[in-house]
Every structure is written in structure tokens, then in C-alpha cells.
Design a protein around this ligand. Structure first.
Ligand code: PMP
Length: 403
């Protein structure tokens, strides 16, 4: 065993040796603390966080109301029982605040621990309710890394090594109305990111979403909107589907919902959700889903979003940031909704250079899983206009430094 002093001295070495690694070039920022839109490393260097843990910290890091809610809940109780047995105030409060923000047909939430679990639950619910097993999904989509969610994700290179995956999954083109013919009476569910995130921010056309809703109605396929990345205020509405007025049968949430704590949820009507409680009973179960500390944080996060003006300001803040960058000659296209950005460059190498240079200058940006030519910006929506100006200047410097 290493003694404590050694451990402190070689955090990065131990991280590389003793924690599972997911890529050859991790950022290796040694995090000391975080607050608002800033993260500080162990050397005292301050970073402007323009990624927010990939669309997680929408209300900024360590929001005092979220921290207080966590502390209050810790003093009351931690885990007491598996999901679905005891009445836990923190869970009930969260479910009730979600219900108040959502349409009547989305009044019942199953709370889990992560985004991918939310999608697993949603797919199971659709299969159980329809008695069908085929799933239609979209090219470019990302729905998570566990077997079911991976099966309905579009990125073939990420899937090949893990086959066989779920059978009966078809992929159609995002935004192409003709492809909706693939949805049939055999389809249990169509799963779609309301705004595709990892494909490089792809925004659906209203006509396309309308036709999708219509086709699902005609065939009896359930429509699942995955708002794990685009949800909870990032696009300028609490939920991205509100931009289009199209309501899914099942909504999946995660990331920002927890205010910085790990969460996922799938939401439907109570009638639909009830099918997980019989034939078989315990149709979906979880030990830790709906953990009271996480739910207390999520509830506080939703309350913060209702009291601040950040959601309604997300679009004008997004426009400001876009206007600062848009004329740069190295940028070929910006796709954006609210504060969800994909910025296209000539090559993946250029993206790497920009991300590295920004990090040097104390700004965190990131890339996309399925779209190597863009870099990503998804800052906390609590960011101020002054902070956006500063961020814009740093990003422009990084772009100017490109060879
Ligand atoms: N769906 C979407 C749209 C996502 O962006 C992600 C995460 N990037 C997931 C699902 C999976 O969420 P998690 O990583 O919490 O399992």
C-alpha cells in the first residue's frame, strides 16, 4: 500500500495505473474544486468550463441550493430500500416537480442512475406495452454504452466489437420523411434524440417531427424522445420537444437533471408505466435508482431553474457566443440551439489543436463521439454575457493560433 503522501504526490500516475482508462489521451486536469462556470486544478490554475461535464452542470458547478439540499438529505437518510417500496420524500418531490413541468401525458417518472439506464427502461417499457420487439433508431444517434442502448446507437465502429447486440433494430436517416415508411405495425418503439448531440448537434425539422409522430400514431409504435443531452434548459426550453409542440410517449432524461449528481429518468403516462408492475411484476427494478440524495439534488436543480431566468436567456446567450465566432475563417459551419454548439473545422487535427490550445489558455472545450470534424461547446446556461465575451476571446485566440 502506498502511504498518503505518495498518493497525493502522484495522483495522475495512480489515475493512469489504477483507474480504467477509456482513451489514449485523457485531459488529465487534476481537479481541486469547482464553482459556477469555473474549475480549479491542484496547481491553482482556473479553467472556464465551456462543456459543463458534457451538458451536465447546466446551473453551474456546486450551486449553493443544490449543495444545501444534498447536505439536508444526508442528515436525514441515505439509501433505505430498493426502488419502488418505500415512500421517500426526496423522490416524490422530484417526480412532482417533473410532472408540473411536463404535459399531462408525461406524469409518471421512473428514476434510475444514468442516461443509458433510462433508455434501457424506456425500450423495455415499449416492448412490454406493445408486445413487439423491433426498434427503429436514427443514423448518427447516441443513446448510451450498455448493451440495449448501444444496440440502438448509430455509430457502427463503437458497436462492432460487442456483437451480437439486440436483434431487430433498424436505422433510418434523421430528418428524412420518406424513411419513416420503415416504421411499421411490427415496431415497438422509435427512439430519437430530440436534438442529436453526439452526431454534431443536428436539429430536426418541424415537418419531420410531425410526420414521425403521425407515423407512430398510425402504426402503434411508441415514440421515445431521448433528451438526456438536450434536456433541462440547454436549448432555451425546459425540454427540447417544447420547441416543436410534439409530445413523445416516453421521454428519457439524465445528465443535467441531477444538478451534478448521477441520475436518469424515463417518463410516460401512468397507464403506460403501470405495465412494468405486472406480467411480470417487477418488470424493471433497480437497487439505487431514485437515491434520496440524488433526488434531493435534482429537485433543488429544477427549483433553481424555475426561479432563475437562465432557460429563457439560453437562446440569446447562444446567439451572442455564435456572433463572436461565426466570421472566423477557420470555421466552416456552426450548428446551434440555445447553448448547445457544434463548430465545424476542416479536420479532426484542427479540432484537437483548438481543444488543446483552449485548455492551455484555461478554457475547457471538447469533441464529439461521432463527428470528429467539430468541436463542442455546452457551457452552463448560468454563464453571464461578460463570461461569454471572455470565452469568445480565448476561443478566437486558439483559432488564430491554428497552423
Ligand atoms: N443519450 C444521450 C443523447 C446522451 O448524450 C448520453 C450521454 N452522452 C446518453 C444517452 C447516455 O447517458 P449516460 O452517459 O448517463 O449513460
Amino acid at each position: 500500500m502506498q502511504d498518503m503522501a505518495d498518493l497525493q504526490a502522484d495522483q495522475t500516475g495512480n489515475f493512469l495505473k489504477h483507474l480504467a482508462q477509456t482513451n489514449p489521451n485523457p485531459f488529465l486536469v487534476e481537479v481541486d474544486r469547482a464553482e459556477g462556470i469555473y474549475i480549479w486544478d491542484k496547481s491553482g490554475k482556473k479553467y472556464m468550463d465551456m462543456i459543463a461535464g458534457v451538458a451536465v452542470n447546466n446551473i453551474g458547478h456546486n450551486h449553493p441550493k443544490v449543495v444545501q439540499a444534498i447536505k439536508d438529505q444526508v442528515d436525514k437518510h441515505l439509501h433505505v430500500m430498493v426502488y419502488g417500496e418505500f415512500v421517500q420524500t426526496a423522490q416524490v418531490n422530484l417526480a412532482k416537480s417533473l410532472q408540473q413541468l411536463l404535459p399531462d401525458s408525461l406524469s409518471c417518472a421512473y428514476i434510475v442512475n444514468s442516461g443509458t439506464e433510462a433508455n434501457e427502461g424506456a425500450l423495455k417499457l415499449a416492448k412490454r406495452a406493445t408486445g413487439r420487439h423491433e426498434i427503429v433508431s436514427f443514423k448518427g444517434s447516441y443513446h448510451g454504452s450498455t448493451h440495449g442502448s448501444l444496440s440502438v446507437s448509430g455509430n457502427e465502429t463503437k458497436k462492432a466489437a460487442f456483437r451480437p447486440l439486440l436483434p431487430g433494430v433498424r436505422f433510418i436517416n434523421f430528418n428524412r420523411i420518406e424513411d419513416l415508411e420503415e416504421i411499421s405495425e411490427k415496431t415497438a418503439a422509435v427512439i430519437i434524440e430530440t436534438v442529436q448531440g453526439d452526431a454534431g448537434v443536428r436539429i430536426p425539422n418541424l415537418d419531420f417531427l410531425r410526420a414521425l409522430r403521425q407515423r407512430c400514431n398510425e402504426t402503434g409504435a411508441l415514440l421515445i424522445f431521448d433528451e438526456i443531452q438536450c434536456g433541462i434548459g440547454r436549448t432555451g426550453k425546459n425540454f427540447a420537444f417544447e420547441h416543436f409542440g410534439i409530445i413523445p410517449d416516453i421521454l428519457t432524461l439524465g445528465k443535467a437533471l441531477g444538478g451534478g449528481m448521477p441520475i436518469g429518468a424515463f417518463v410516460s403516462s401512468q397507464k403506460l408505466m403501470s405495465q412494468l408492475s405486472f406480467n411480470p411484476m417487477l418488470g424493471h427494478i433497480t437497487t439505487f435508482g431514485g437515491h434520496p440524495v440524488v433526488c434531493a439534488a435534482a429537485h433543488a436543480c429544477l427549483e433553481v431553474l424555475q426561479t432563475e431566468k437562465w432557460v429563457e436567456e439560453a437562446e440569446s446567450k447562444g446567439q451572442l457566443l455564435e456572433s463572436l465566432l461565426t466570421k472566423h475563417p477557420k470555421i466552416s459551419e456552426i450548428r446551434r440551439i440555445g447553448l448547445m454548439f457544434a463548430i465545424d473545422m476542416e479536420s479532426a487535427e484542427q479540432v484537437q489543436q483548438v481543444v488543446d490550445k483552449c485548455l492551455d489558455m484555461g478554457l475547457i472545450s471538447f469533441w464529439f463521439l461521432s463527428h470528429p470534424n467539430s468541436f463542442r461547446l455546452s457551457p452552463p446556461i448560468s454563464i453571464t454575457k461578460e463570461e461569454i465575451q471572455q470565452a469568445g476571446e480565448i476561443i478566437l485566440k486558439a483559432l488564430n493560433a491554428l497552423k
